[in-house]
Design a protein around this ligand. Structure first.
Ligand SMILES: Nc1ncnc2c1ncn2[C@@H]1O[C@H](COP(=O)(O)OP(=O)(O)OP(=O)(O)O)[C@@H](O)[C@H]1O
Length: 508
């Protein structure tokens, strides 16, 4: 009889000593150098810093580690009998964009959710969560109900997925991954898009799972995210360097406090309070509901030239719905008799006339933007230029339009000298650059009304600082802005008018 002795490893993750990380297909210029990182069983790790995306991608097997780690990056997976492979055991909650993007990469109609739900979009959250897409196995409905309750989305389980708000979808996405029971779960910026009330619910649930080591959790956090109490260690990634240690480590404390200013320091420009400018938007007694459920009730709102508004409220309170009435995307926009846009009754305006005057960035547009490759691909520059006519497809550009694009790029520190190549396909840009391109797309046409809905989601800290500075310095004094964010510290200007929506339709 042969006895096999297996050495059990206490390490969840281990990079070989002083390893380098390369993009696949390259052997020069490592993206990360001299990495020394080991995550032991029981430790709670967060990844932070402007380069955190690269480290998380490496953990997910998207880059080459040299020297190659003996026994893999996840030694503890060899403790299982038979050993587990990282492919099926290490899972990522990806918020990059929703999976229901047409697989061809074509633009999908994100406004479909506002009208009658189409047959192909009828699939409910419960139906989606009930089957593990990897194994095809059925997931217990009690478990779904229990976890959905923890994240306060149980009452939405039987709604079509397409009807969920951005924050509700994010919670459903996390839930789906937890239900698939990976051994390691990697979440990058899980708090983005979540309202204040929900953040501790998610962090508590993740902490509980982490304490049971089922799964081990690694999270990417932004500087403004509160550090959950179960995080014991931080890997800070700056440029090509990873500095790691316990949360009390002096260097880690210093790095955290220096990144916490979050681009807020240069607030030189103080905006005028309520200007006496022309009225751009006037809404009176707006009521919108779905299937008898009120979302917006008796809402009245006036926006004048030059005003900076902060639109706030919990997930699902109707912010996106309200904005879709203003942009004309919502089927009930056209019938609003008490809605005036840019000096005219909405009922006399074609939707395209509205859209040419509104520059908008939102999670919905980020998800829906076409990402085709091949002959029909849009370059980064083409993608920006779609903003001149508020379209989603290629339009030839005039030389003046190219100059306008170059000016904004250079104001944001992305001019020619930065090495940012605008002829690259939009679809192959990293998420943070895609987010920045769509931000510039919203600005190019000097729109009188700018809607910035979760505009910084996915951007790295340096880009956020540049974008905030741009907004402070480069907008015209008559341009109005509606800024939507669950994070007050994201506001680029010190004071704003506030429209606060609540669940159930009230506003204040
Ligand atoms: N077609 C639909 N059918 C049923 N309910 C819908 C539909 N479309 C939206 N809803 C519901 O309307 C509510 C408002 O959604 P909306 O996207 O406007 O919220 P939000 O304030 O933008 O949320 P978040 O902060 O998560 O982005 C949500 O509860 C959503 O589930």
């Amino acid at each position: 009889m042969r006895l096999s002795v297996r050495l059990l490893s206490n390490d969840v993750l281990r990079f070989p000593e002083n390893s380098n990380v390369f993009r696949f297909g390259t052997a020069m210029n490592p993206t990360l150098r001299n990495v020394n990182l080991t995550i032991a069983n029981g430790e709670g790790w967060a990844v932070m810093g402007s380069g955190k995306g690269v480290l998380l991608e490496t953990i997910l097997g998207r880059h080459r580690v040299a020297p190659s780690p003996q026994g893999g990056l996840f030694p503890f997976l060899n403790n299982f009998d038979p050993p587990r492979d990282p492919q099926s055991s290490v899972s990522q909650v990806s918020f990059a964009y929703r999976q229901r993007i047409a697989s061809s990469g074509a633009f999908y109609d994100y406004t479909a959710r506002y009208g009658a739900v189409r047959e192909e979009d009828r699939i409910t959250m419960r139906e989606t969560l009930s089957v593990d897409p990897q194994t095809g196995l059925q997931i217990e409905s009690e478990e779904i109900d229990h976890l959905a309750e923890r994240l306060q989305i149980r009452h939405l389980l039987d709604l079509p997925l397409v009807a969920l708000s951005n924050g509700q979808t994010r919670r459903a996405t996390v839930l789906q991954k937890i239900l698939q029971r990976p051994k390691v779960l990697v979440l990058d910026e899980p708090l983005t898009g979540l309202d204040k009330q929900t953040r501790p619910l998610l962090m508590d649930l993740l902490g509980e799972l982490h304490r049971q080591n089922d799964p081990h959790i690694i999270i990417g956090l932004r500087p403004q995210d509160p550090l959950p109490d179960w995080i014991t260690h931080i890997a800070f990634v700056q440029d090509d360097t990873v500095i790691s240690g316990s949360i009390d480590d002096r260097e880690i404390v210093k790095l955290r406090s220096s990144s916490a200013t979050f681009g807020a320091s240069e607030s030189v420009h103080v905006w005028p309070q309520a200007s006496a400018g022309k009225t751009l938007v006037e809404i009176k007694s707006l009521n919108i509901g779905y299937n008898g459920r009120k979302v917006l009730e008796n809402l009245t709102w006036t926006i004048r030239e030059g005003e900076r508004w902060h639109l706030v409220g919990p997930n699902g309170c109707g912010k996106t719905t309200l904005l879709s009435i203003l942009t004309g995307d919502h089927p009930q926009s056209y019938v609003q008799k008490q809605l005036f846009l840019f000096g005219r009754p909405r009922t006399t305006l074609a939707t395209v006339q509205i859209q040419r005057q509104v520059g908008i960035v939102s999670p919905e547009i980020f998800n829906a933007f076409p990402r085709r490759l091949g002959p029909e691909m849009l370059s980064a520059r083409d993608a920006i230029a779609t903003g001149f006519e508020s379209t989603y497809s290629y339009r030839p550009r005039t030389p003046e339009q190219d100059i306008r694009i170059d000016t904004i790029l250079s104001d944001l520190g992305l001019g020619v000298e930065s090495g940012f190549d605008t002829s690259q396909p939009f679809a192959s840009l990293k998420t943070s650059h895609q987010a920045l391109v769509l931000f510039i797309r919203a600005l190019v046409n000097h729109p009188p009304l700018l809607i910035l809905d979760e505009v910084f989601a996915g951007m790295d800290d340096t880009m956020i600082t540049a974008a905030k500075q741009y907004l402070r310095k480069n907008l015209s004094p008559t341009q109005s802005v509606i800024f939507v964010s669950h994070w007050e510290e994201e506001l680029p200007w010190p004071t704003s008018e506030i429209l606060r929506l609540t669940l159930g339709g009230e506003s204040g």
